[in-house]
Design a protein around this ligand. Structure first.
Ligand code: NAD
Length: 246
């Protein structure tokens, strides 16, 4: 797929979907920059170890994606160690669910900062390190299209990511940099393992494919959008949700 020698940076990739993306891109020959919060982040260091164990190059560069100055430092570190980023994946995200009536500023603002302001903080600072023909992939969610009870904050960010993606795709098209979003549906992760069985049954009835996705389903979609084969796809939001949102 032409990934040999490519450098990929995935935000929030110490665990979860970001880690799955990192392992998949590494398997196909990419050098990987793992980003997450906190210098001694055990999960992130473990992910680096696993990738190196596969014989690929990996480095952990910590940064808080909700903080502009932190992302500026991240870009400086990337410039010093790798010089460029061919594939940027804006994946870091959090939830703080509450109905709007009860939602406190401590639940609204951090979600906007980590999920949406990070798009500006990370992409703005790294943009000059992305060569012509590069790839930017932003992780949205099915809730961008459907909304979700108790997630006004989260859904607003995930819908915002799609507007950001489409606008940036128009700005960077002349440099052949593609900008796309991936919108995962219900994916089996430690987070979704906590959904009560009865509720899970109801959710599964709404999914035409009648099952939850795996992290590998998201990683494979990202791999495709990052590949040479996706060079004529930009400004799209690829739904990986078993049909839940169409
Ligand atoms: P996760 O909580 O397992 O992983 C998120 C990672 O981001 C963690 O390692 C966390 O430390 C990191 N992170 C959080 N805040 C950060 C910050 N300020 N700076 C840097 N890193 C930070 O979550 P996940 O399920 O792997 O989700 C990954 C992305 O996929 C998120 O954007 C999420 O909204 C989206 N998503 C997930 C699902 C799902 O079912 N899991 C569905 C739709 C969308």
């Amino acid at each position: 797929m032409g990934f040999k020698g490519k450098i990929a940076l995935i935000t929030g990739s110490g665990r979860g979907l970001g880690k799955a993306m990192a392992l998949t891109l590494a398997k196909h020959g990419c050098s990987i920059i793992i980003n997450d919060r906190g210098e001694g982040n055990e999960e992130a260091l473990q992910t680096v170890k696993e990738i190196r164990g596969m014989g690929a190059t990996a480095e952990y560069l910590s940064a808080d994606v909700s903080d502009f100055e932190s992302c500026k430092k991240l870009a400086e570190a990337v410039r010093g160690k790798f010089e460029r980023v061919d594939i940027l994946i804006n994946n870091a995200g959090i939830t703080k669910d509450r109905t709007l009536k009860k939602m406190a500023p401590e639940e609204w603002y951090p979600v906007i900062n980590v999920n949406l302001n990070s798009m500006y903080n990370v992409t703005h600072n790294l943009l000059e390190l992305i060569p012509d023909g590069g790839r930017i992939i932003n992780i949205s969610s099915v809730v961008a299209f459907l909304g979700n009870f108790g997630q006004t904050n989260y859904a607003a960010t995930k819908a915002g990511i799609i507007g950001f993606t489409k606008s940036l795709a128009k700005e960077l098209g002349k440099r052949k940099i593609t900008v796309n979003a991936v919108a995962p549906g219900f994916i089996k992760t430690p987070m979704t393992d906590q959904i009560p069985v009865e509720m899970l049954d109801t959710i599964l009835q709404l999914i035409p494919l009648r099952e939850m996705g795996g992290s590998e389903d998201i990683a494979e979609a990202v791999l495709f959008l990052a590949s040479d084969g996706a060079k004529y796809i930009t400004g799209t939001a690829l739904r990986v949700d078993g049909g839940l949102s169409f």
